[in-house]
Design a protein around this ligand. Structure first.
Ligand code: PGA
Length: 252
């Protein structure tokens, strides 16, 4: 039985005060839900206020990015150890916005995955195809390539500290979401790929989240799918009312 995960990616939104207040509201709801994991990814500058808000609660905290070097002269970057020092246990790696706007290639994503795991952070690796790739019917190839490259030199044991988020780029922030069936199909492919690269046990245990226009209206259908173990939520996680609807989905 895989424990469901509800994760919020706040991207480049919210002030320190707003993030702290939203985290307070999330904590109140999460305190009454012990059968799911709730995870927040605020901006770097909001991590401290969110850390204060979630302290002592079951809500977990992660960074949206990290740099792959241990430390040193890398102006403007944030290391795995600095995230841990600020109270983070998790980090997002390979979000499509990082891959596309900041040119993070397969090698960079792999280096970030390895550094984060080495230092003891749990990694949420994001994968997903663009609209063009979907129209060319190469979704499966793209997702498998992203997985294989990200997993280079990663061990099966380390995979217990990873989650995969499948986020079709055309569904992010667009209001269009993959149908629950389509999402399940790609999630199954992801699980099979993990089984092929590592082993069945690892593949059975890994949590695979869906992301892309998740909201109160589609959470129930998405979570009903066999291979959908959670959701990574952008827009709808920025308000307590819309995020609480998602967090409080019913587990059958
Ligand atoms: P969205 O973003 O929910 O606003 O589509 C999801 C994400 O990019 O993680």
């Amino acid at each position: 039985m895989r424990v469901p995960v509800i994760a919020a990616n706040w991207k480049m939104n919210l002030s320190v005060k707003e993030a702290g207040e939203l985290a307070d509201s999330v904590v109140k709801i999460a305190n009454s839900l012990d059968d799911r994991e709730v995870l927040l990814f605020p901006g770097f500058l909001q991590i401290a206020s969110v850390f204060v808000a979630i302290h002592g609660s079951p809500v977990q905290l992660g960074g949206q990015n990290l740099y792959f070097e241990e430390k040193g002269a890398f102006t403007g970057e944030i290391s795995a150890l600095q995230l841990i020092d600020s109270g983070c246990t998790h980090v997002l790696v390979g979000h499509s916005e990082r891959r596309h706007y900041f040119n993070e290639d397969y090698e960079v994503v792999n280096k970030k995955v390895r550094r984060a795991l080495e230092e003891g952070l749990k990694v949420m690796l994001c994968v997903g195809e663009s609209l063009e790739e979907r129209e060319q019917n190469i979704t499966e190839m793209v997702v498998v390539d992203q997985l294989e490259s990200a997993f280079a030199k990663v061990s099966a044991k380390q995979l217990s500290n990873m989650y995969i988020a499948y986020e079709p780029i055309w569904a992010i922030g667009t209001g269009k979401n993959a149908s629950p069936d389509d999402a399940n199909h790609v999630h199954e492919l992801i699980r099979r790929t993990v089984a092929r690269i590592f082993n069945e046990k690892t593949a059975d245990a890994i949590r695979i989240l869906y992301g892309g226009s998740v909201k109160g209206e589609n959470i129930q259908d998405l979570m009903a799918q066999e291979h959908v173990d959670g959701v990574l939520v952008g827009g709808a996680s920025l308000r307590a009312d819309t995020f609480s609807e998602i967090m409080s989905f019913k587990i059958d």
